[in-house]
Design a protein around this ligand. Structure first.
Ligand code: SAH
Length: 369
């Protein structure tokens, strides 16, 4: 139990003292969603006044183009009515709001769509309700399992990076779990836990060197397996946009962000955003094992430009004046500029075997990690 009135760091120390070391994944889960002190349980982390800014917060065009993507996928499913449109971790609801506003111009789509939001944060649920009430009556769920079956289109922007990663560290010729424990001074610190071999399919071709770290995300694979099960009885299409890497690799990507700057991941548990890069090779492996087709990943810039970012920007700019015009331009540029979000962020789709390649992935073969 987390004690009311205790600061998050004291509550963590207490937890570690009582129960011993926790894996990096358990630490991330504890900090983000799993304790009274959890980061995503309180406050409003996203946006200019929060800790970090996401693509839909940067430009309305992001959500608008995702609506086009979802609409074309729905068409390729044969326009089922009704169908489920689910978003994982909708944050402030901005992406869904922009998407549904754009979808008003798409015949039949909104009437057929039943909106499902998978969100653990009460504070963010309240924000989503406020922002979306003019567009739809969403259903909220704690987990994807609770979203009804039947045709399903899923959007996940910057969701997978918030799912816990486990880390393994290679020391003295063997793999060990990396853990968080109390050091001699009674402070939380990273240390080496028991012998544990990471999933072989994620190991890079080069052999590990002393101190190398390998990450994996069991909850991401479990989530994708759930989509695979659903795809056996109904069409399923999932769009993942996130920052990450495409090739199997070693490295510690766990990061803490607070008020738009990097922080120490152990310093302010529950008060700092924790995330880790998404390993798209891992998602690809999970999706293929689950019987899904995989498309991409492709750089976010390529995805957005192929779906018509420039044309949409021109329309918006022609109706805007002065500062609004430059804000529109700068926002769109930030999404696609390779030195900003264009390259680090990637987009990948997973679809049930019966569906044709979704736009704009038609011409690109899936990555082989
Ligand atoms: N997609 C949004 C927000 C990204 S932040 C955007 O692009 O702006 C991550 C979101 O995932 C938040 O809404 C957070 O509350 C939610 N979240 C984090 N971990 C979760 C979990 N395990 N289950 C459900 N939602 C989670």
């Amino acid at each position: 139990m987390d004690e009311i009135g205790r600061s998050p760091i004291d509550s963590l120390k207490n937890h570690l003292a009582e129960r011993g070391p926790m894996s990096v994944g358990d630490y991330m889960a504890w900090c983000l969603t799993g304790s009274e002190a959890a980061y995503y349980r309180s406050g409003n982390p996203i946006g200019a006044s929060g800790d970090f800014v996401t693509a839909p917060e940067v430009s309305q065009i992001f959500g608008e183009l995702i609506a086009i993507w979802a609409y074309t996928v729905w068409q390729s499913m044969g326009m089922p009515r009704p169908f489920n449109l689910a978003e994982l971790g909708p944050g402030r609801g901005t992406l869904m709001q922009d998407a549904l506003r754009a979808a008003r111009a798409m015949p039949g789509f909104i009437d057929a769509a039943q909106i499902h939001l998978v969100e653990t944060s009460e504070a963010l649920r309240a924000k989503q309700q406020q922002v979306l009430s003019a567009f739809c009556a969403p259903n909220w769920h704690q987990t994807v399992q609770a979203v009804p079956h039947e045709p399903l289109i899923v959007i996940a922007n910057e969701f997978f990076d918030a799912l816990p990663v486990e880390q393994h560290v290679f020391e003295k010729g063997s793999w060990h779990r990396r853990v968080v424990s109390l050091n001699a001074a009674g402070r939380p610190a990273f240390s080496t836990g028991r012998l544990a071999v990471p999933p072989v399919e994620l190991m890079p071709p080069e052999p590990p060197r002393e101190g190398d770290i390998l990450e994996h995300r069991p909850s991401a694979s479990a989530l994708i397996a759930e989509f695979g099960r659903r795809a056996q009885s109904a069409p399923v299409a999932v769009l993942v946009a996130d920052y990450g890497y495409e090739r199997r690799d070693y490295g510690d990507t766990l990061q803490a962000v607070r008020t738009h700057g990097y922080a120490n991941p152990l310093e302010a548990p529950g008060e700092t955003d924790l995330s880790a890069h998404v390993n798209f090779a891992e998602l690809t492996h999970a999706a293929e094992s689950a019987g899904l087709n995989v498309w991409g990943p492709m750089p976010q810039s390529e995805f957005l430009l192929s779906l018509g970012l420039e044309a949409r920007l021109r329309v918006l700019m022609s109706a805007a004046r002065g500062e609004q015009r430059s804000a529109l331009f700068l926002g769109a540029r930030r999404l696609v500029d390779p030195f900003q979000m264009g390259n680090l962020f990637k987009v990948m789709a997973m679809t049930s075997r019966d569906l044709p390649p979704p736009a704009p992935f038609e011409a690109r073969p899936a990555l082989r990690g």
